[in-house]
Structure formats: structure tokens, C-alpha cells
Ligand binder design. Structure first.
Ligand SMILES: [Zn+2]
Length: 328
């Protein structure tokens, strides 16, 4: 056989420099958004480890600011905030309260770090006594249209507090349009909407429920979040949200849905975010703590895969760690 008769792919893998020169996908500090859980409490230094998510914490305002400051010193540029209110009710009043936990956290972070990009999760489930993402009918069904107004009020209150981007995660139909209208009518036409457009009813959200204390008191979220078996439906959800004015789309979870991310990348030009969710985080942490995988390598391989599939930005609880990895 002649030497040129077969492809010699190894030529471009021979040294670290050559591999670096031909690398197609690189994760950078510009790609990362770090989620934080902020607690409404008089103890601003409050810091409670989340058992199912080693390395993650529920934080009071001072603790949050300190943690974000340390991460920014390492290169963090964007955060996503979830709130744990002191009290919950049927109408999720805490979600849109002027002095609500997220609203106060947003203004605090924007005061301490004007350059930080603050993204807020817009949903009701952390604020409703029943733990669902919308208003309930007497029979316990999650009502779509009556929920839209409350979501719009929530997003507007976040914008008023200083949020740079609002990110609705509830999966009610029509919420992007309702939020867009509320923002535009109140002088916030410059605030982008990052829509959780393609959010699956996933088992990988388990640890988040402990972190955000948002487990539904009954039933599940399958009547509003997507069936993991469906891919074409993701295209319809994405098209609907873009049509209503979404500026960025999100796929959630990330690794089990890379095919969806890739298909969306092919079919639409909007920036795509992927949410590497709590269960994905906790699985890697648990395996690493047992010595079964190399945490740094597994995390970076996961992030690279998410970006390779088509994500422009990645929301991940590993963001602080990745900043260390990138600088090392
Ligand atoms: Zn929710």
C-alpha cells in the first residue's frame, strides 16, 4: 500500500501547539453565566450549603455580593439570580414585590458591581405556596393566561431594579409577548429577553428543588414543560418565542439535549444558551468526589461539548471553577 493511500489524522494531533492551532471549539470567560440562590433573610451574611449540590450555597445579600466579587476577580461577567422569599402565597406576591428578594439582590449587585451583567430568572414557582409555575384553578390545574400578567409584572419589577436581561422559565404560552409588552410600555424596550424556550420536564432538576425550595406540593410540571421524547416540538417552541420577541433562546437541560441544541443552531440565528442543570452538576460532583472521574477534565469536556453542539453561552454551576481552570 502507498503511504498516501490513507488519511493521517494524527499529524495534527502530534504536539500540544498543533492541537491548539487546529482546535475548533474553545470555552472562554465570555461564555459563562453563574447561577446564584439568594435568600430573603435579616442575616445578610447567611450562607447555607446545598446538600445535593456540593460547593453551592443559599446566600444572604452580603454573602452573595462577596461571592460574586471574588468570582469577578477571576473573570466572571454574568450571573443568573434565583430568589428564596421569606413567605410564599397563592399569587406569588414575592415574585413581583418592589422590595422582593431578587429585586433587592439585583440593585445590590448593580450598586456594588456596575459592570456585572445581571440576569434574572422570571418564574413564580419559588414564590407560590403550591410550588407550581403559575396560578391554579380550583381543581389544581396550572392556568396559562391568568399567569401571564404576573410573569410580566415580575419581569418588569426586575428591570426596574436594574436587571440587564430577564429570563422567563415558566413555559406558559404567550409569556414572552406579555413580558415584551410590559417592558416596552414602561420604558424598558432596551432590556433583552432570554427565553427558556425549550425546557424539558426533566429528572435532572432534582437537586435544584432543594436549592431553590421550589418542589411542587403536588403533581409534576409535565403539563407545561416539554416531553423529553420530542424534538420537532422544540422547533415550534423556539419559533413561537422568537415571534413574540425573544432575543435569545435557551435549551434546558444541556448534555442530554445536545441534538436539540444542534438542530436549533441549524434552524435559527438567535443566540442560544444552554443550561447545564443541577442534576448534571451533581452527577459530575458525586463521581469526582468518589474518585471515579477527573472533575476538571470532565467539566471542561462537558462544556466544550455543549458549545460544540451550538451554544453561544452556558449557564453552569461550574462557572466559578471553570474560571480557575481557564486561568491555570
Ligand atoms: Zn418555575
Amino acid at each position: 500500500m502507498h503511504a498516501f493511500d490513507f488519511y493521517r489524522g494524527r499529524r495534527l494531533r502530534r504536539t500540544a501547539v498543533i492541537r491548539d492551532l487546529v482546535r475548533e471549539t474553545v470555552v472562554t470567560t465570555n461564555d459563562l453565566i453563574m447561577p446564584y440562590f439568594v435568600v430573603e433573610t435579616a442575616d445578610a451574611a447567611f450562607e447555607k450549603p446545598i446538600g445535593a449540590m456540593p460547593g453551592q450555597y443559599q446566600l444572604g445579600l452580603d454573602a452573595l455580593s462577596a461571592r460574586v466579587g471574588r468570582a469577578m476577580a477571576k473573570g466572571l461577567r454574568a450571573v443568573l439570580l434565583f430568589g428564596l422569599p421569606a413567605a410564599k402565597d397563592e399569587r406569588a406576591s414575592g415574585a413581583y414585590a418592589e422590595e422582593g428578594v431578587v429585586q433587592r439582590a439585583v440593585s445590590r449587585l448593580k450598586r456594588d458591581y456596575p459592570d456585572l451583567c445581571v440576569v434574572t430568572d422570571v418564574c413564580l414557582c419559588e414564590y407560590t405556596s403550591h410550588g407550581h409555575c403559575g396560578m391554579l384553578s380550583p381543581s389544581g390545574e396550572v392556568l396559562n393566561d391568568p399567569t401571564l400578567d404576573l410573569l410580566a409584572r415580575t419581569a418588569l419589577s426586575h428591570a426596574k431594579a436594574g436587571a440587564d436581561i430577564v429570563a422567563p422559565s415558566d413555559m406558559m404560552d404567550g409569556r414572552v409577548g406579555a413580558i415584551r409588552a410590559a417592558l416596552d410600555e414602561n420604558g424598558f424596550s432596551h432590556i433583552p429577553i432570554m427565553s427558556y424556550a425549550v425546557k424539558y420536564a426533566s429528572s435532572f432538576y432534582g437537586p435544584f428543588r432543594e436549592a431553590a425550595e421550589s418542589a411542587p406540593a403536588f403533581g409534576d410540571r409535565k403539563a407545561y414543560q416539554m416531553d423529553p421524547a420530542n424534538a420537532r416540538e422544540a422547533m415550534r417552541e423556539a419559533a413561537a418565542d422568537l415571534g413574540e420577541g425573544a432575543d435569545m433562546l435557551m435549551v434546558k437541560p444541556a448534555l442530554p439535549y445536545l441534538d436539540i441544541l444542534h438542530a436549533l443552531r441549524q434552524s435559527c440565528d438567535a443566540p442560544l444558551a444552554a443550561y447545564h442543570v443541577s442534576g448534571e452538576y451533581s452527577m459530575l460532583k458525586a463521581a469526582a468526589q468518589n474518585g471515579w472521574i477527573d472533575e476538571k477534565r470532565a467539566v471542561m469536556e462537558s462544556m466544550t461539548a455543549i458549545k460544540r453542539a451550538g451554544a453561544d453561552l452556558i449557564i453552569t454551576y461550574f462557572a466559578e471553577d471553570i474560571l480557575d481552570y481557564i486561568r491555570a
